[in-house]
Design a protein around this ligand. Structure first.
Ligand SMILES: Nc1ncnc2c1ncn2[C@@H]1O[C@H](COP(=O)(O)OP(=O)(O)OP(=O)(O)O)[C@@H](O)[C@H]1O
Length: 236
């Protein structure tokens, strides 16, 4: 089978609550998948379920065909999954450099030089505390810290949220580079226009289910799909 990451008939949520209902979704190696949908429909929960941060009530999560449903997040990380959480979760009292080193994996992950080459701004700020960074710099740090673990599949949860347009462009360029290097990227994003221009394929969620799945160009060509399922048009 050609898929790198698969959700198979997954029902998942928090405690007894079901958020995702019988969701099946496959991601191919090197693919750029956008996940969009209204607030609260389960986009974060989808990424969290891939990473092992929710309760799986039924179904399976597979990585390279292997059932990883029972593995805790750190073991999934060691096998090549990397999540950049919406909350960024950087250590505010540690320096930029210390934050990056905290993301290093034992299995030949990135060194600091690779992180600084991708984000020169972080090199300039390397002695600063995480809490002293701007929102954009914190997001760069959250992304770079995840990359220190050298993930094959990068799960990005609303990385552009609250950031100035110029920072969004910088980050989108970085995602382009990471994808061009062959990494698989799953991007959850409220900026549907940017997500669709980046992605090969898009899934649209509504109340824990996939209501549309297909090539991103198909949605760009027919924005009525977005209007119907997300209630927004395309900007620009
Ligand atoms: N830790 C949690 N415990 C219980 N319920 C949760 C938890 N996190 C999210 N939920 C609920 O799960 C549902 C889906 O939330 P989720 O965050 O996955 O949606 P989302 O599409 O990512 O939304 P947003 O765009 O607002 O981030 C919501 O009803 C939310 O209240």
């Amino acid at each position: 089978m050609g898929e790198i990451l698969t959700l198979e008939q997954v029902t998942a949520g928090y405690g007894e609550t079901h958020v995702l209902e019988e969701m099946s979704l496959s991601v191919a190696p090197g693919e750029r998948l956008a996940v969009i949908g209204r607030n609260g429909v389960g986009k974060t929960t989808t990424l969290a379920t891939m990473m092992g941060l929710t309760r799986l009530h039924a179904g399976a999560v597979r990585l390279h065909g292997e059932d990883i449903s029972r593995l805790p997040p750190h073991k999934r990380q060691a096998r090549g999954l990397g999540l950049v959480p919406q909350t960024r979760d950087i250590f505010r009292s540690l320096s930029v450099e210390e934050n990056l080193l905290a993301g290093q994996s034992g299995r030949g992950g990135w060194g600091l030089e690779q992180a600084y080459a991708l984000f020169p701004r972080l090199r300039e700020r390397r002695r600063n505390g995480g809490g002293q960074l701007s929102g954009g710099e914190q997001q760069m740090l959250a992304i770079a810290r995840t990359l220190m673990g050298k993930p094959e599949v990068i799960l990005l949860d609303e990385p552009l949220e609250g950031l100035a347009p110029v920072i969004c462009e910088t980050l989108m360029d970085v995602f382009e580079r990471l994808a061009a290097e062959g990494r698989t990227i799953v991007l959850v994003e409220q900026h549907a226009d940017l997500a669709l221009r980046f992605a090969d394929r898009v899934v649209i969620l509504d109340t824990g289910r996939i209501v549309h799945e297909g090539p991103a160009v198909g949605v760009l060509a027919d924005p009525a799909i977005l209007d119907r399922h997300v209630g927004v048009g395309l900007a620009g």
